[in-house]
Write a protein that binds this ligand. Structure first.
Ligand code: BGC
Length: 919
C-alpha cells in the first residue's frame, strides 16, 4: 500500500477510535496561522500573476487534518472583514492542500494590494474561524512605458570600473498622501534615499542576475517617508557584479564599463483617489559621490570630505551639480525581487584587538564571517584609515591576505574631521575573520562592529547532539552557508572568484534546505542558469554565466536538474520545474547528443588539455569518465521523475527508457560483478552509481560493503571530493554501516570534518587540508561544499527526511539512528506545514523519542530497536507493542511493520513520546 493511502486510512481509523471514545471531545480547528504568499508574509511588489498561498492548520489534536478550505481575497480590508470577496472566493474547496495553493481569482493589477484570509475544515467537517487577514501587493505588471513611465538616468562616464555618482531630485506633494510605493532599480547597484533616509533594509540591490536577460527591481512602501509639501529623492550608484570586474585573471570580466544607471518610479495615491508618479528623468541632477572607488574584490575608498550635507533632503542647494544623462538601456526584462534580499542578519563584536605595531591594529572577530565592518573614528580631516580584511594571520600576528589571490579586500576611509564619524563600505563585501586597521592613533573593540550580510533566507533548521565536535561542525556548516549566499550561491566569499559554481551548489542544496528555506533563493538562481543557457543546450559551470563559459562539467552542469528536484522534495514546489523544464530537457538532450553509445563523455578531443573536474579536491582521485556517464543517467532519471510530477507521463517514460539504456551499458562497462566494485574501486566510484540508482537494487548492499571496507581500511577517513562526499555517510548508514559512518563523521585526523575543527576552522574549508596546502593557489577557508555532510546530521542522526511521493514534508520520515557514544540528538525543521521535531535520548535504561508532526501532515516514524529482541514500546501510558507482538492501533498511531531492527509506525499530526525499554 502506498504510504499516503496508509495515512488516509490512519486518519480514518483515528477518527473512528476517537468517536468510539465518548469521553474525547473533538473541537473545531482554530483560525489558520502563518499565512504566506509566495513563501513571504505580506509581501510587497511580487510579480507572480497566480500567486501561491500557504497557511498552517491550527489544530494540535492528534491526526488533525484539513479536508477543505475556503479562501477569500478582497481589494480592501473593509470588504474582507465583511466577507465580501470581490477578487476571489474559492468557496468551500475539498482539498487537504494547505501549502502553495494557487490563486485563481480575477486578474491582478499592477501596484495593487490584496487582502486575504482562509478557513479550514477538519476530518469531522468542523469549520475553523477565519484566520487573521494577510495581504500581498503586486509589483509592476504592465509594459515598461505604461507602468514605469521613467527613464534610466546617470552620467556619460565609463571606466574599468566607472566612478560612483549621486543623483537627486526634489518634488512636491500637494495633497494628503494615502499610499506611496517606490519601484526602484539600478546598474551596477544602488542606495536609494527619501528625505535623507535610506529606503529599506536591503543591501547590494538590485542583486546579481543574468543582466543581459533580467534585472530585478525592489518595491518599498514609502508612505511614511514622504511629507506633504517638499520632498527629495536621492541615489548613490556603485559597481558590484555588473561593472566591478569578475574572475581570477585580474578581475577583468564585466557586464559593462558603465555608465552606471538608475531607474525609479514612485507611485503616489492621494486620499482623494488621484495618483501621481515621481520618476527618474532628465530633471534629476548628478555629481560624483564620496565613493572614490568601489569594487567587489578590492573594496571601497570613501572620502568623507566629499560628502554634501543634506544632499538627499529638500532645500539642498545643488548649484555645482550637473544635469543627468538619459542612459540608453536595452529593453531587458525587469522582474520583481525573486530571492530573499541581502541584509545585515547579525552583528559581531571583535573578541580581541591587538596593536601589532605602532598605529597598526588587528581585530579578531573570533569567527570567519562575511559582510563588512562598521568603523567609528575621530580625527582630523584628510586622515586616512585603512582596513585590510583576511581569513588568516601570519606568524607575527599580521593579517595574511595571500589566499585572496588578487583581491585586495581593502577599505579606505578618509575622515572629514567632524567629531565621531561612522563608515560602512556599502558597495562590496569581504570574507574575513581578521581586520588590520591602520591610520588611527588608538582603537579598541568598541570602534568596530562586524556586520554579517547575506541573502537573508529564513532559518528553518536546528540540529544538536551530545557530541560537541558534531555541534561545532554544524555551526561551521551554517556559517559557511551564510557566507556563500549573495544573490547566488557562491563557491567562496573572499578571493577573486565568488562565482555561482554549479557543482558546489547542487551538492550542498539538501543541507542548505535543512538549515534555511531555500525555495526562493534557488528558484531565482535556477532562472539565472536557464537564462544564460547556450543555444546548443548546454549550461555553464558558473551562473549567472560569466568568466567560465562552455559546456559545463559533469556534476556541475547537472545542477540545472538536481536543484529543482531538491526544491520539489523540500517544498513540494512544482513551479521551479515547470518554469525551467525546457532548460532541463535541453541539457539532457545535449548530453544525449554528445554521448557515445549512451555513455556521456565531457572530454573534447579537440581540446584534450581542458580540465575536467571529476571528484574535485578528492584525496584519492576517481576516474572521470564514469562520473560523467553516471551524472548523465542521474539527470535523465530526475528529469523523468519531474516530467511525471508535472503531468508529462509520456516524457517520463521516454527518460526511463533512456535511463535503462545508460544503465545497461554503464554496468557492462564499469561494474565488476565478481568483486562488486566499479572501475577503480574508489569510494566515489562506488558511491555515485548506488546513489543515482544505476546499481540494480539487489547489488547495492554489496557495493556499499566495498565502500565501508575502504573507509575502514583507510582508518575511517573519507577519500571523497565534492561529488562523492555528500553520498558517503547517508549510503553507509542506509546499507548497514552506520557505525562506520559515525566513526568517520567524528574523525579528527586528516582527511575529515573534525580535522578542520581541530585545526581552528570556524567555517568549512575548500580543501580537506587547507592548513597544509600553500595559501596562494586555491585555498579558501570558507567553501560550503564539504558541508554537505549536514544532510546526514538531520536526515540520519536525528532522522528527519522528506518523503518524495508526497513532497514538501506533507509526508515525512522520522528515522533517527543512534550511533557510537551519542546519548541524544535533536533536530527541528520549519516546513510549509509547521515545525517537525525529532529528539531522541538514551536515559535510565530507556530510549525516548519525542516527535512533533505538524497538523495536516503524516510521518513514517521508525524506532530503532538497537538489538533488543523483545521490545517493549510504551507510548504515553498505552502499550503499543508488548513482547514483540503487534497490538491494535493506539491513539492515532498505526503500526506499519516490526522487524529485527525497527518498529515502523505511521502517525498523524501531533506530539508523541515513544519510550523503548532497553533492558
Ligand atoms: C571553485 C570551486 C569550483 C571549482 C571547479 C574552484 O575555483 O572555488 O569551488 O567548484 O573551481 O572545479
Amino acid at each position: 500500500m502506498k504510504l499516503n493511502s496508509y495515512i488516509k486510512s490512519l486518519l480514518g481509523l483515528f477518527c473512528l477510535s476517537i468517536l468510539a471514545a465518548a469521553c474525547v471531545k473533538i473541537s473545531p480547528p482554530g483560525g489558520p496561522l502563518l499565512l504566506q504568499c509566495e513563501y513571504q508574509t505580506d509581501p510587497i511588489g511580487i510579480d507572480a500573476l497566480r500567486p501561491r498561498l500557504s497557511w498552517m492548520v491550527n489544530d494540535s489534536s492528534r491526526g488533525a487534518a484539513q479536508t477543505a478550505y475556503q479562501i477569500l481575497v478582497a481589494s480592501s480590508l473593509e470588504l474582507l472583514e465583511k466577507d465580501e470577496a470581490d477578487i476571489w472566493d474559492s468557496g468551500k474547496t475539498l482539498s487537504e492542500e494547505s501549502a502553495l495553493v494557487t490563486f485563481t481569482g480575477s486578474e491582478l493589477k499592477s501596484n495593487t494590494k490584496y487582502y486575504w484570509k482562509v478557513r479550514t475544515w477538519n476530518n469531522e467537517d468542523m469549520m475553523s474561524p477565519y484566520s487573521k487577514p494577510a495581504s500581498w501587493h503586486m509589483g509592476l505588471l504592465r509594459s515598461f512605458d505604461a507602468d514605469w513611465s521613467a527613464n534610466w538616468i546617470g552620467n556619460e562616464e565609463t571606466g574599468k570600473p566607472p566612478r560612483s555618482i549621486m543623483l537627486r531630485k526634489e518634488f512636491e506633494t500637494k495633497k494628503p498622501i494615502k499610499q506611496a510605493t517606490a519601484f526602484v532599480t539600478g546598474l551596477g547597484n544602488y542606495l536609494f534615499y527619501l528625505n535623507g533616509e535610506k529606503v529599506g533594509k536591503d543591501l547590494l540591490t538590485p542583486g546579481w542576475t543574468h543582466y543581459p536577460k533580467k534585472i530585478q527591481y525592489q518595491s518599498y512602501d514609502v508612505t511614511s517617508m514622504l511629507k506633504s509639501g517638499k520632498n527629495a529623492a536621492g541615489a548613490i550608484l556603485g559597481n558590484m557584479w555588473w561593472s566591478s570586474g569578475l574572475g581570477w585573471q585580474g578581475g577583468n570580466e564585466r557586464y559593462s564599463e558603465g555608465p552606471l544607471r538608475f531607474l525609479l518610479s514612485l507611485h503616489i495615491t492621494y486620499t482623494d483617489g488621484s495618483k501621481e508618479k515621481i520618476i527618474s528623468d532628465k530633471n534629476w541632477l548628478t555629481t560624483n559621490s564620496p565613493f572614490v572607488s568601489n569594487t567587489l574584490y578590492h573594496g571601497v575608498t570613501y572620502d568623507a570630505r566629499l560628502e554634501q550635507k543634506g544632499w538627499a533632503m529638500p532645500g539642498f542647494q545643488a548649484e555645482n551639480w550637473d544635469s543627468v544623462a538619459i542612459v540608453p538601456q536595452e529593453k531587458v526584462k525587469l522582474v520583481a525581487q525573486q530571492g530573499p534580499p541581502i541584509q545585515v542578519v547579525e552583528e559581531v563584536k571583535p573578541m580581541k584587538v591587538t596593536e601589532v605595531s605602532s598605529g597598526k591594529f588587528v581585530a579578531d572577530f573570533g569567527i570567519n564571517m562575511v559582510g563588512w565592518v562598521s568603523l567609528k573614528v575621530k580625527g582630523d580631516a584628510g586622515k586616512q584609515v585603512t582596513l585590510r580584511f583576511a581569513e588568516l594571520l601570519d606568524e607575527k600576528g599580521n593579517v595574511d591576505q595571500r589566499n585572496l589571490r588578487s583581491a585586495k579586500a581593502t577599505d579606505k576611509y578618509i575622515l572629514k574631521g567632524e567629531g565621531e564619524e561612522t563608515f560602512e563600505p556599502m558597495f562590496t563585501y569581504h570574507g574575513f575573520r581578521y581586520v588590520e586597521i591602520s591610520g588611527v592613533d588608538t582603537l579598541d573593540a568598541s570602534n568596530l562592529v562586524g556586520k554579517v550580510i547575506y541573502s537573508a533566507a529564513p532559518t528553518t533548521g536546528t540540529f544538536e547532539c551530545s557530541n560537541e565536535l558534531l555541534n561545532k561542525i554544524q555551526e561551521n556548516i551554517v556559517r559557511g552557508q551564510r557566507s556563500n549566499m549573495h544573490s547566488v550561491p557562491t563557491d567562496c566569499p573572499q578571493r577573486d572568484e565568488r562565482l555561482g559554481w554549479m557543482g558546489d551548489a547542487q551538492i550542498f542544496a539538501p543541507t542548505a534546505s535543512y538549515n534555511m528555506n531555500m525555495s526562493r533563493f534557488f528558484a531565482k538562481w535556477e532562472k539565472d542558469i536557464t537564462d544564460s543557457q547556450h543555444e546548443q543546450g548546454y549550461v555553464h559551470d558558473v551562473n549567472p554565466a560569466i568568466v567560465v563559459k562552455g559546456p559545463s562539467r559533469p556534476g556541475w552542469g547537472d545542477a540545472v536538474v538536481v536543484v529543482p528536484w531538491i526544491m520539489y522534495k523540500f517544498y513540494g514546489d512544482k513551479k521551479i520545474i515547470t518554469d525551467n523544464y525546457e532548460g532541463m530537457v535541453k541539457w539532457v538532450t545535449y548530453m544525449e547528443r554528445k554521448a557515445n553509445n549512451y555513455l556521456y563523455d565531457w572530454a573534447d578531443p579537440e581540446n584534450p588539455n581542458a580540465l575536467e573536474y571529476g571528484d574535485w579536491i578528492a584525496p584519492v582521485e576517481s576516474p572521470k569518465k564514469p562520473i560523467g556517464a553516471a551524472y548523465f543517467f542521474y539527470s535523465a532519471k530526475l528529469l523523468g521523475e519531474m516530467s511525471r510530477v508535472i503531468g508529462k507521463d509520456e516524457e517520463g517514460d521516454k527518460y526511463d527508457s533512456l535511463c535503462s539504456k545508460i544503465q545497461n551499458i554503464f554496468q557492462e562497462t564499469y561494474f565488476d560483478e565478481y568483486t562488486a566494485n566499479y572501475d577503480s574501486s574508489t569510494q566515489t566510484a562506488n558511491l555515485l552509481p548506488v546513489a543515482f540508482g544505476i546499481t540494480p537494487p539487489t547489488l547495492k548492499k554489496r557495493v556499499i560493503d566495498q565502500v565501508a571496507k575502504d573507509v575502514e581500511a583507510n582508518g575511517f577517513h573519507p577519500s571523497t571530493g565534492f561529488l562523492g562526499t555528500s553520498y558517503l555517510l547517508p549510503l553507509l548508514s542506509e546499507y548497514g554501516h552506520h557505525e562506520v559512518a559515525y566513526k568517520t563523521a567524528t574523525q579528527t585526523s586528516f582527511p575529515s570534518w573534525g580535522y578542520m575543527v581541530e585545526n581552528g576552522a570556524t567555517t568549512m574549508w575548500e580543501l580537506w587540508n587547507s592548513d597544509k596546502e600553500p595559501p596562494e593557489s586555491m585555498n579558501s577557508r570558507n567553501h560550503f561544499a564539504l558541508g554537505c555532510v549536514g544532510e546526514w546530521y538531520f536526515g540520519y542522526l536525528a532522522g528527519i527526511r522528506p518523503e518524495t511521493f508526497e513532497p514538501g514534508f506533507k509526508s515525512s520520515v522520522i528515522a533517527p539512528m543512534p550511533a557510537g557514544d551519542l546519548t541524544w540528538a535533536k533536530a527541528s525543521l520549519k516546513t510549509n506545514y509547521g515545525t517537525l521535531e525529532s529528539h531522541w535520548q538514551k536515559k535510565d535504561g530507556k530510549f525516548i523519542l519525542d516527535v512533533a508532526i505538524p497538523a495536516n501532515t503524516a510521518s513514517r516514524v521508525r524506532i530503532p530497536l538497537m538489538g533488543i529482541d523483545k521490545p517493549t514500546l510504551i507510548e504515553g501510558t498505552d502499550y503499543l507493542v508488548k513482547k514483540g507482538r503487534k497490538d491494535d492501533d493506539v491513539s492515532g498511531i498505526q503500526i506499519r511493520s516490526i522487524d529485527k531492527e525497527f518498529i515502523e509506525l505511521i502517525v498523524g499530526g501531533g506530539r508523541y513520546s515513544f519510550v523503548l525499554n532497553l533492558e
